[in-house]
Design a protein around this ligand. Structure first.
Ligand code: GTP
Ligand code: MG
Length: 450
């Protein structure tokens, strides 16, 4: 993206809905003079239409007078619009040639095609939103799960921005105190207590927000869970229980599942790609062997492995080894608990794929395992952008440096410099301090019309 092409004084237009046939398509415009320019193509009276109210009329080719479409147009007067500029939104019929014709008319009328993210870019430079909110717009558009979307909506309302502003306030107060000490170096003012408590608080808060990146990723991208274990343990039965449908074939014949099956499920809003796999046993059948090889491969790539044990039969050596391995990655499931009379080993979750007993405890254990790396993540403030995470890490390392410098009795000008770094990183997150690089990486990933 080149900023010269991002001139905010230009009048821009773009299709805001997908480029596909649909019932209704929305064309968005922005820039001073938009209302007048659209009005010249419109049979209704857009100039006297109230802001944010729909106005009905025909779009006409001003030269030929031909009517192109029957539409609803909404004028927005500055600053009461998404971009903060004068804008018009056009609700037209979703035929591709029709949309194309209207866009061509607009382009002939002095609008230019908007670049990806340009509407949001304008909202940002007009102070309508800070960078964390601008990023949230993109995340809302691309979020796969309902939970991910509601987290992005939270960001849009500024939860992350509020947290960052708290950090900034603390750091600014600290910086002011350092500045006073720099201005009056010799005992004229008594040196205040070093702000160790504030630094520790800031560290905790920053770490929480950094950890929340994992949570955001999980809801956004989902996790892979594989059911594994010996033949006949009940993997396919559990798979069906997770799906709440009879997808996988269940039978008492060992080796029923030969190739893996997969399905998306939602585990309390977490998108999960669940795999049912071929039972692990020695086999001379080359097809079953291949199935087992694939199972092992899947187990390596899964974030969570549910290793299913058959509660009604003797444990194998491999299973015993797993049970006694304290550092195992697998979650062990003791299936057929409804008819098992054997002692359940410690740390193994009893369930019945037939009666459903123990299933909610299993779900809880799976969720806990998924979030194991992000324990204590920060409430509703969840970040979902690598850019924000890296800047938070930079701020954290700055805070740690200040702490270290205090412990080592370094002079206050060194502390002030490290603290400046912290403020700089925090400022970049919300966009007060911003390089053109940020603009490029951020806004160019948007879709046109946003
Ligand atoms: N009573 C009881 N029977 C179960 C339970 N889970 C599975 N079964 C029975 O155990 C047998 C094997 O179940 P599957 O789900 O096919 O086992 P699997 O692990 O997929 O077996 P393979 O595909 O051969 O590896 C079937 O007859 C199921 O009805 C359970 O919790 N309780
Ligand atoms: Mg099976």
């Amino acid at each position: 993206m080149n900023h010269d092409n991002y001139d905010p004084d230009d009048r821009i237009a773009a299709l805001a809905t997908p480029w596909a046939e649909s019932a209704i398509a929305v064309i968005r415009t922005s820039g001073e003079g938009s209302i007048g320019a659209v009005d010249a193509l419109f049979s209704g009276d857009l100039l006297s239409c109230e802001s944010k109210k729909m106005c009905y009329g025909m779009i006409r080719n001003p030269e030929s007078g031909d009517a192109l479409d029957e539409i609803l147009a909404v004028p927005f007067r500055a600053p009461g619009s998404y971009t903060g500029q004068e804008s018009v939104e056009l609700y037209c019929h979703g035929s591709l040639p029709g949309i194309q014709k209207i866009l061509t008319l607009l382009f002939n009328k002095g609008f230019r095609q908007a670049s990806p993210g340009e509407f949001t870019f304008r909202a940002f430079i007009n102070g309508k939103m800070d960078l964390t909110r601008a990023e949230a717009v993109q995340e809302i558009i691309s979020s796969k799960s309902g939970k991910a979307q509601s987290m992005a909506l939270n960001r849009l309302s500024g939860t992350v921005e509020k947290r960052i502003n708290q950090f900034k306030k603390t750091a600014t107060v600290m910086a002011a105190s350092f500045a006073i000490q720099l201005d009056y170096p010799d005992d004229e003012v008594e040196a205040p207590e070093p702000p160790l408590a504030e630094l520790a608080d800031m560290k905790t808060g920053l770490k929480q927000l950094i950890d929340s990146y994992q949570v955001g990723k999980i809801y956004q991208e989902g996790v892979v869970i594989a059911l594994a274990g010996r033949t006949n343990a009940g993997k396919s039965s559990l798979f069906n229980l997770f799906l709440k449908e009879d997808r996988s074939i269940v039978s008492d014949i060992h080796g029923t599942t030969r190739d893996y099956l997969e399905s998306w499920i939602s585990l309390s809003g977490i998108p999960v790609r669940l795999y049912d796999t071929a039972g692990l046993r020695h086999s001379d059948d080359p097809i079953e062997e291949e199935g087992i090889r694939r199972t092992r491969e899947l187990m390596e790539n899964a974030q969570v492995i549910l290793y299913v044990l058959d509660g009604t039969v003797e444990l194998s050596d491999e299973e015993r080894a797993l049970i006694s391995d304290e550092s195992r990655q697998e979650l062990l499931v003791w299936n057929k608990a409804d008819i098992s009379s054997r002692d359940i080993p410690h740390g193994v979750i009893p369930v019945s794929a037939v009666t459903g007993q123990g299933f909610s405890e299993l779900e809880e254990a799976v969720k806990k395992r998924i979030f194991k790396d992000s324990a204590g993540a920060a409430g509703d403030a969840v970040i979902d952008s690598l850019r924000q995470k890296e800047l938070l890490e930079r701020a954290l390392s700055g805070v740690e440096k200040v702490e270290e410098a205090i412990h080592n009795g370094l002079p206050v000008d060194i502390l002030a410099m490290d603290l400046y770094d912290v403020l700089q990183a925090l400022g970049e997150i919300t966009g007060e301090v911003s390089s053109s690089d940020i603009m490029d990486t951020m806004f160019s990933s948007f879709c046109v019309g946003k």
